[in-house]
Design a protein around this ligand. Structure first.
Ligand code: SF4
Length: 521
């Protein structure tokens, strides 16, 4: 008998530890093991996506499918144990409703397949669910063949840019030198994005395996995971997994006895959004202030400590493990022509079921918001969705049929970004939203180059006077001119994409800007 309790950050914040303790206590009190003659296990799992309805608990009785309860509290536990575990009669009133089936129906949970089903802290559980079969397969191939397999899969980097992963690996592999570095970018700084945190908390061994495959392919002996310090549970679970891997000889001088070396270390970030940018991230690891530098030279040629370096994000490495479990052909059969596999999205804002969803690329935005996440809160009217975080864009109702893939979203005026989707209803002022995101990027600018440092500040001042009813004639044209200039002349991705929320709201909601300016007159 298993009781699976969601113990990601969302679950823990909602009281998952107390619920787990209540089950353990109740099993002893009611003598459940003796009574049913079966072992009872209370398992803390990673997040299963429906964070708004935590604490989520699955009761798995022998030979039966799991029954899910939502909003579980310690007070509900005695009844669940008596009626369901002992009496084989689920407590109907407390079982998660039809919405939960609907939430899962259109998802294809590949990266999340272990999140919510296995004990995130158990190496044995990981091994029982395909764990490390990917790296074992990879080492039967030559490093160049591993890179070809990733190229054939069509995997594109999930960090935002969408660059083909296999091609990126080939650049670093081709760089001369024995000392190379592999970095996992887990500095997930977009407001509303928490996909990577969930993978780190729910499947840390899966990430380690993906990085081992990357390190073997490129020829790196040292890897860093750069995790934002605001993710203490993710850091704790990942550190535990790394320590266990060292203790079992999975990491170190001769990984799993497979004949290659890999050391891995966590570097906790210090809360700067710009450190999600590759060159700023490497500066931070080296102990410098997190600031971007011009490229070229690209990290694949001169990266960390001046050595060839390859950087991918958490979701990208997590995908790699599954490519080697199931093959490139399997992977490339999922998704669209230009975007293969699945994509994880974090939904927040005015949507009924906030949380994390994993859908095949090509699913429409409408399906994600309405079919998976239940539509708009309080049955209000949908107004827009901000896709791709502060560097992305706001899409209106007319763009809801856009498929979630790299190319379609760019065409619609947004970007995939790392996968944050902030949903807005009819009560939201879009000028205010543009101001919010611009204020965020302005505050996070590292200040190194003038277009970003000064330009964003001036754009923000214009937006502020518009929202305060003091807009002037010509402000919108000035905003547009500045936005394009900043995009063109900024040094790094932060400045190059920061004006996007302003441009997309001007494109789709210009009338709201004009109404603010007219109000004053
Ligand atoms: Fe720094 Fe902004 Fe210039 Fe990037 S674009 S280097 S964040 S000032």
């Amino acid at each position: 008998i298993k009781v699976l309790i969601c113990q990601g950050t969302g679950g823990m914040a909602s009281g998952a530890a107390a619920v787990a303790a209540a089950f353990t206590e109740e099993f002893t009190k009611q003598g459940v093991e003796a009574s049913v003659g079966k072992r009872c296990e209370v398992v803390g799992t990673g997040c299963r996506g429906l964070c708004a309805n935590d604490v989520l608990v699955d009761i798995v009785l022998p030979g039966q499918t799991a029954v899910t309860y939502d909003f579980v509290t310690p007070e509900m536990v005695p009844q669940i144990v008596t009626e369901h575990v002992l009496g084989n009669e689920p407590v109907a009133k407390k079982v998660a409703g039809e919405y939960y089936t609907q939430f899962l129906a259109k998802q294809q949970r590949i990266i999340f397949s272990r999140c919510g089903t296995v004990n995130a802290e158990s190496l044995d559980d990981f091994l029982a669910h395909q764990g490390f079969t990917g790296i074992k397969k990879a080492v039967t191939m030559k490093p160049a063949e591993v890179i070809d397999e990733v190229k054939r899969s069509g995997l594109r980097g999930r960090g935002g840019g969408g660059f083909p992963t296999g091609v990126k690996w080939s650049f670093c592999a081709a760089s001369p030198g024995d000392e190379k570095y592999l970095i996992c970018n887990a500095d997930e700084g977009d407001p509303g994005a928490f996909m990577d945190r969930s993978v780190l908390e729910g499947d840390p061994y899966g990430l380690i395996e993906g990085m081992m495959i990357g390190a073997y392919a490129i020829g790196c002996k040292f890897a860093y995971v750069y995790v934002r310090a605001e993710y203490p549970l993710a850091i704790k679970r990942l550190q535990l997994a790394i320590d266990t891997c060292y203790a079992k000889g999975i990491l170190g001088e001769n990984c799993m006895g497979l004949g290659f070396q890999l050391d891995m270390r966590i570097k906790a970030g210090a809360g700067a959004f710009v450190c999600g940018e590759e060159t700023a991230l490497m500066a931070s690891i080296e102990g410098h202030r997190g600031m971007s530098r011009p490229r070229p030279p690209f990290p694949a040629v001169r990266g960390l400590w001046g050595k060839p370096t390859n950087i991918n994000n958490v979701e990208t490495f997590a995908n790699v493990s599954y490519i080697f479990y199931n093959g490139a052909d399997w992977y490339s059969s999922i998704g669209t022509e230009g975007t293969k596999g699945t994509k994880i999205f974090a939904l927040t804002g005015k949507v009924k079921h906030t949380g994390l969803v994993e859908v095949p690329a090509g699913t429409t935005m409408k399906e994600v918001i309405y079919d998976v996440c239940g539509g708009i809160l309080n049955n209000r009217k949908f107004k827009a969705v901000q896709a791709g975080g502060p560097s992305g864009g706001c899409l209106p109702a007319e763009a809801l049929d856009a498929q979630v893939d790299y190319d379609s979203l760019i065409k619609a005026g947004a970007m995939m970004g790392s996968g944050g989707l902030v949903v807005m209803d009819e009560t939201t002022c879009m000028v205010d939203i543009a101001r919010f995101f611009l204020n965020f990027t302005r505050a996070e600018s590292c200040g190194k180059c003038i277009p970003c440092r000064i330009g964003l500040k001036i754009m923000l001042e214009i937006l502020e006077r518009i929202t305060h009813g003091e807009g002037r004639e010509g402000d919108l044209e000035l905003l547009e001119d500045m936005a394009y200039d900043i995009k063109k002349s900024s040094l790094c991705g932060l400045g190059q994409t920061a004006p996007n929320p302003v441009l997309s709201t001007l494109r789709y909601f210009r009338h709201e800007y004009e109404a603010h300016i007219k109000e004053k007159r």
